[in-house]
Design a protein around this ligand. Sequence first.
Ligand SMILES: [Zn+2]
Length: 320
Amino acid sequence: MASDTHLAPNSCSCRSGFSRNARFFSVPGNTKTSWLKPLLQGLGRSGQFAGALLALALCAQSAPAGCAECISFPQSTSQGALVIGKVEPDSKVRYADRDLLVTPAGDVVFGIGRDEKGPVSVDVRRPDGRHVREEIAVTPRDWPIERVDGVPPKTVEPPPEIAERIRHEQARVVAARVRDDARADFMETFIWPVEGRISGRFGNQRIYNGIPKAPHSGMDIAVPQGTPIKAPAGGLVTFAAPDLYLPGGTVLIDHGHGVSSNFLHMSRIDVKVGDRVEQGQIIGAVGKTGRATGPHLHWGLNWFDVRLDPLLLTGIQSGQ
Ligand SMILES: [Zn+2]
């Protein structure tokens, strides 16, 4: 587990390590006690008691009513990460030229692109009108080259009429990702949609049959044809098509606040657009439709049009 339990209050905001995996603030109705406990545990692990006590004293001083009075974002994150922060309810939050929805509990979410160098900043207008800017460092990652050979040539260099079809299909998928629903399904702890060997990682530079293509936009998990696919978190089905040219059988699930999952190369689809799905519900089955060399699930994660790494959500659960 990444040790991201830093605590460095600046002005009136309490900055604590809060990644999608840490989930310090996922318990509804936080009290000061429930908020301090994981911080003390985390800081205890890293042997920073003195700093912790000082920081907590400062934080408590500026946050008399507990975490509801705090602004909390991680000090650092990594490329491809989904970041969840905490603000006071009824705050106005802006990130990357976008106004973020804030849940009634004060949760906000945004994504860090694969090539984001950082630091990134989040602007918070508190309910009392005060403005706070949080800066978050972005840790760079290595993006190895991944060679995929034996791909059907017509899917690597499609003829013009096929290229037009691909553009049209991609536009339909892009349109499904613009929605910004107030649902907070993204706050669930994501589970793996299928469990198996990771056969392709997010962000790797892909070379198909010797021809460089766009970086890999998700995570590939190699499992047998027909393996049932579970919804990794609840959400709304916003796209479902059995036969797109490159992605094959495709489903999009919207988890709220711009966060969505996509599942590609499916052999069977059990849901339709407009369906509400719950975490763990079977949405279809693994296949090798579209540009695939064998049966596997491609799981993509997005914050609007920013592609993210699903492995950063599920790393702890899977033990990988
Ligand atoms: Zn893939």
